[in-house]
Design a protein around this ligand. Structure first.
Ligand code: ADP
Length: 302
């Protein structure tokens, strides 16, 4: 399951609310019984009672805490399933519709190839949704493998920006890249760093206006052995409250839902986790209606 993976069965059993309630009633009972049975002096009895009352209080608090976590996990699970169902439904309907249309004999040849293209794009979208959920599941299970290597960041970023050019053109957005003259080597896993950069650049494109700009800048940080990369857009921006939640799983701002109803709200969460694994950090500046700038750091290789 996506939410948590038990460490081992015994520790999970101890965390079960039913077991904890049982312990709360059994432990004090055994304590009183033993203190009386061995006919202990009064101060020992008082100490025993105090210890058992403390145990009782701790177990009670822990039980209440576990019950809350249990409720939250159930809620998360429900949200997760409805997010998956919602995300998968749209491209799946598109694939089914194109297949149905393609079987109609009256269809003209040029419409047929256009429809086939649409079907292909919808199935790619399905693939990328499943990939994203897969990455999230692996990340949460601690199973996402990182293969670090020295990586020249400026050429790498340039390539990711070039790959995003087609999508930018579709949205009528212009991409800019500002890079330093000297090469900069970071220690990174290239496939994961590509996820980070393409998430940020694609968001800058998606949550922008026609004719808008996405600028990507890389600079070495003077006082630390790290680089800073900024992805800045001239798009819809975020309010101060929305900014607080932007890296939270499944969060989507109202403005974003209006202009891009098919978002999932996990790209930035994955992005932040990947950067943390690299020893970097990410933060955001944003002004509603004016745009956002996502900044992240990465340690240099040497
Ligand atoms: P998705 O784009 O699929 O919704 P993300 O995790 O990438 O998921 O983003 C989460 C939310 O953060 C978006 O739905 C949007 O509300 C907000 N957001 C992300 N990037 C930007 C941006 N460049 N400008 C404005 N809002 C953004």
């Amino acid at each position: 399951m996506l939410i948590v993976r038990p460490k081992n069965k015994f520790s999970e059993l101890l965390k079960a609310p039913e077991i904890q309630f049982f312990l709360i009633f059994i432990v004090p009972f055994v304590g009183f019984f033993l203190a009386n049975y061995y006919n202990l002096a009064d101060q020992y009895k008082t100490a025993a009672i105090a210890a058992f009352l403390a145990t009782l209080a701790i177990l009670l608090l822990q039980t209440l805490y576990n019950l809350r976590i249990h409720r939250e996990l159930k809620e998360q699970e429900r949200n997760f399933l409805s997010v998956v169902a919602h995300q998968v439904r749209t491209p799946l309907t598109a694939v089914r519709w194109t297949l149905e249309e393609l079987t109609k004999p009256s269809m003209r040849e040029e419409d047929r190839s256009q429809l086939a293209q649409m079907g292909g794009m919808a199935s790619q979208k399905l693939n990328s949704i499943i990939d994203t959920f897969n990455q999230l599941a692996k990340l949460q299970d601690g199973q996402l493998e990182f293969r670090y290597q020295p990586l020249e960041i400026t050429d790498f970023v340039e390539q990711v920006v070039a790959d995003a050019e087609l999508v930018a053109r579709q949205y009528g957005v212009v991409l800019h890249l500002e890079k330093p003259n000297q090469p900069l080597e970071v220690k990174a896993d290239p496939t994961k760093l590509e996820v980070v950069l393409s998430n940020l650049i694609n968001n800058g494109i998606k949550y922008n206006h026609k004719g808008g700009v996405v600028s990507v800048r890389i600079r070495p940080l003077a006082n630390s052995r790290a680089i800073e990369c900024t992805v800045e857009d001239t798009g819809i921006g975020l309010s101060p409250e929305e900014k607080e939640h932007v890296f939270t799983k499944y969060f989507r701002a109202e403005g974003a839902k209006r202009i891009n109803p098919t978002g999932v709200g996990i790209g930035l969460h994955i992005t932040r986790e990947i950067l943390h694994q690299h020893g970097g950090k990410i933060w955001i500046d944003s002004t509603p209606g004016k745009g956002s700038a996502f900044h992240f750091t990465l340690p240099l290789a040497k």
